[in-house]
Design a protein around this ligand. Structure first.
Ligand SMILES: Nc1ncnc2c1ncn2[C@@H]1O[C@H](COP(=O)(O)OP(=O)(O)OP(=O)(O)O)[C@@H](O)[C@H]1O
Ligand SMILES: [Mg+2]
Length: 288
């Protein structure tokens, strides 16, 4: 049965169906039964690096020999295809459902971008349609057997975030990405509260763009304040997964569709990211 919000006085819509599983929910449950770990990447504020974390996490896990899928649940701003160099690819129907696009290291990718006529086509949809397409991405796609499914969300606590948390009853949990500014931290609190209202575990918090690592002199300059993420994690009683420095090559490689975690593996940001992945894997081990 779809997950229901636990706080009746919260802002989460209350007109959500309660009762027996629908056929869509049964189809989702059947598909998801073959996926061992499901991890959602969320943030309160936009542009903090969710998609960057999602594609590099998927790539890092695939690099370790896992079978990995990535669901780009950002319907209005699907960035995952570009970040994995798969822009222009198309999903096609097969005997077992809609076939994901196969990306680098055999990462399976599903994104609204693969269904649009051109990358410039805007999606002008209201909530119910967005919820339907997300449900179909889970129920109609031939994900097969996977070790990990990474789900990249748009910013905030809107329809897409709500749909994913309702439809997936066995999520391992959510990773919250933040940057160190007060406004991002404030929005992270809201995101954490929303996830808790939905009774979904929070795997931890990542502080991104936590300091500028100068590629010339090697020095780290704190562009924003430093340590806000760690403090916010403490205040909110969240596990701190670590921080990632600001590095201009992250953006350049991302625009070229080459995740830094493998293409720039010796850089400080890749090493920091690897540390985050290790902590995450430890945490997942502890949960099971
Ligand atoms: N550590 C970093 N160093 C430098 N640039 C970064 C870093 N992390 C992310 N970026 C860049 O910042 C921009 C925003 O990142 P990204 O698209 O991952 O954020 P997002 O949270 O997914 O955004 P949205 O909310 O719009 O979905 C991108 O151009 C990305 O390459
Ligand atoms: Mg994004």
């Amino acid at each position: 049965m779809a997950k229901q919000p636990t706080n009746p006085s919260g802002t989460i819509p209350k007109d959500l169906k309660v009762g027996a599983q629908t056929s869509a929910e049964q189809e989702i449950a059947e598909r998801m039964r073959h996926i061992k770990h499901k991890i959602v990447i969320l943030s309160g504020k936009g542009g903090v690096g969710k998609s960057t974390v999602a594609v590099n996490l998927a790539t890092a896990l695939a690099w370790k020999g896992n079978t990995v899928g990535i669901l780009d649940a950002d319907i209005h701003g699907p960035d995952v295809p570009k970040m994995l160099g798969m822009e222009g690819a198309r999903m096609v129907g097969g005997d077992k459902g809609l076939e994901p696009v196969v990306g680098p290291l055999n990462v399976l990718i599903v994104s609204m971008e693969f269904l649009l006529q051109t990358a410039d086509t805007p999606v002008i949809w209201r909530g119910p349609l967005k919820m339907k397409i997300i449900s179909e991405f889970l129920s109609k796609v031939n994900w097969g057997n996977l070790n990990y499914l990474i789900i990249d969300l748009p910013p905030g606590t809107g329809d897409e975030s709500l749909s994913i948390m309702q439809l997936l009853s066995d999520l391992d949990g959510v990773i919250i990405v933040t940057t160190p500014q007060e406004v991002a931290l404030l929005d992270s609190r809201k995101a954490a509260n929303m996830v808790r209202q939905m009774s979904v575990p929070i795997l931890g918090l990542i502080e991104n763009m936590s300091g500028f690592h100068c590629p010339h002199c090697g020095e780290v300059t704190n562009i924003f304040s430093k340590g806000g993420g760690k403090q916010a994690a403490k205040d909110l009683n969240l596990y701190y997964l670590g921080d990632l420095p600001f590095d201009p090559r992250v953006m350049l490689l991302s625009d070229e569709g080459r995740p830094f975690i493998v293409t720039d593996a010796k850089s400080p940001v890749a090493e920091a990211f690897q540390h985050v992945v290790d902590r995450l894997l430890e945490r997942l081990k502890g949960q099971h």
